[in-house]
Design a protein around this ligand. Structure first.
Ligand code: MRU
Length: 346
């Protein structure tokens, strides 16, 4: 079901794109396909509806899809689903998108409570949501210390409040620097083809009064060459044990450019994005989406009929190109693999 209008969202209130409405027993999702033109909240009452919202990017961003899946399972349990049915629903949710490990992480965490009843599952989903926002705020505080005053910060895709439970990872760093009184400006790559940068990053920063300028995806190198960018800060969908980082397609190119120009390249991600079971980026599954998403813009075909397109939705940035990973447990630098192992024990 689609509900137009907002459940109490006004400008400057913290932006939380995934909510649970106890009175109607529904997962409420701010539909990110329609922003910035429309603020429409979906009300979904079962796991298949939420899996579909994840697949079609109504909700997107690694931590946010994990939170949405957790609430979907809590909803199913409240409607009387057995542990076996919850197991099956969890599998369908995980298969909706393969790259962001936070989705499987959240479903696995919920699965430990499948036998404990609906109330316990709802408590667990709330805990996943609350912990993610707290992690973002902690990353923000740690990351803001790396951002110089008057920094022009380049980011890619949307790793903001919209991609998390709230506050954001990369944009959490920006928010914290801004809240600390630093004069920061964000350059937001438009991020073809879903335009997470032009539509979502620009919308949420503008909403919060943080200066933002949109770039097309090919402009970063030129601006770096001219000295107009101080650092790059991005989020991540999965970080392998050796520190290789999977993130939105285009991130790897920015890391190469940053390295060439001697600029810091920071990755902000909660611990739920770290996948120590995956040894390196080579083993990270990369989602291939429908080529039509590349061949059309706002429903209009932009390439000749009969021409094909590729759409790998993510790429992998080798650890050697990452200056530091900012997590809620601390900031780690090279050698990233060893540093992540140390944090794992903390
Ligand atoms: O396809 P998307 O929009 O889900 O991709 C999202 C990203 O690549 C984000 O940078 C990543 O999930 C980090 S979210 C804090």
């Amino acid at each position: 079901m689609t509900v137009r209008g907002s459940p109490g969202l006004t400008a400057r209130e913290p932006l939380r794109p995934v909510l649970y409405d106890e009175s109607s027993d529904a997962v409420r999702l701010l539909d990110q396909r329609l922003l910035p033109a429309e603020e429409t909240w979906l009300a979904l009452r079962d796991a298949d509806g939420v899996a579909d919202a994840i697949r079609t990017l109504a909700v997107r961003g690694a931590p946010a899809i994990g939170v949405a899946a957790a609430y979907a399972l809590a909803c199913e349990a409240r409607r009387g689903a057995s542990p076996a049915a919850l197991e099956a629903a969890g599998g369908r949710l995980v298969r909706a998108r393969p790259t962001a490990v936070n989705l499987a992480w959240a479903v696995n965490r919920m699965a430990k409570r499948f036998g404990d009843g609906a109330a316990a599952l709802l408590r667990e989903a709330h805990a996943i949501r609350d912990e993610d926002e707290a992690a973002c705020r902690r990353m923000g505080a740690l990351g803001a210390e790396l951002v110089p005053d008057k920094a022009r910060i380049l980011t890619h895709c949307n790793a903001g409040a919209l991609a998390t439970a709230g506050y954001g990872t990369a944009l959490g760093v920006v928010r914290a620097a801004f809240e600390a009184g630093k004069d920061v400006t964000v350059f937001a790559d438009e991020t073809r083809p879903f335009l997470q940068g032009a539509r979502l990053t620009a919308w949420e920063l503008h909403r919060d009064g943080i200066p933002v300028t949109v770039l097309t995806d090919g402009m970063a190198g030129w601006l770096m060459q001219r000295g107009e960018i101080a650092c790059v800060v991005v989020g991540a969908d999965r970080i392998a044990a050796n520190g290789d980082v999977a993130n939105k397609i285009g991130t790897y190119g920015l890391a190469v450019l940053a390295s060439h120009h001697g600029l810091p390249f920071y990755v902000a991600a909660p611990w739920s994005t770290i996948d120590l079971a995956t040894p390196s980026g080579d083993s990270i599954p990369i989602e291939e989406r429908e080529s039509d998403e590349v061949l059309t813009v706002a429903g209009m075909r932009i390439a000749p009929v009969g021409v094909s397109a590729r759409y790998p939705a993510f790429d992998v940035t080798p650890a050697a190109l990452v200056t530091a990973i900012i997590t809620e447990r601390g900031v780690v630098r090279a050698p990233l693999g060893e540093a992540l192992q140390r944090l794992a024990g903390s």
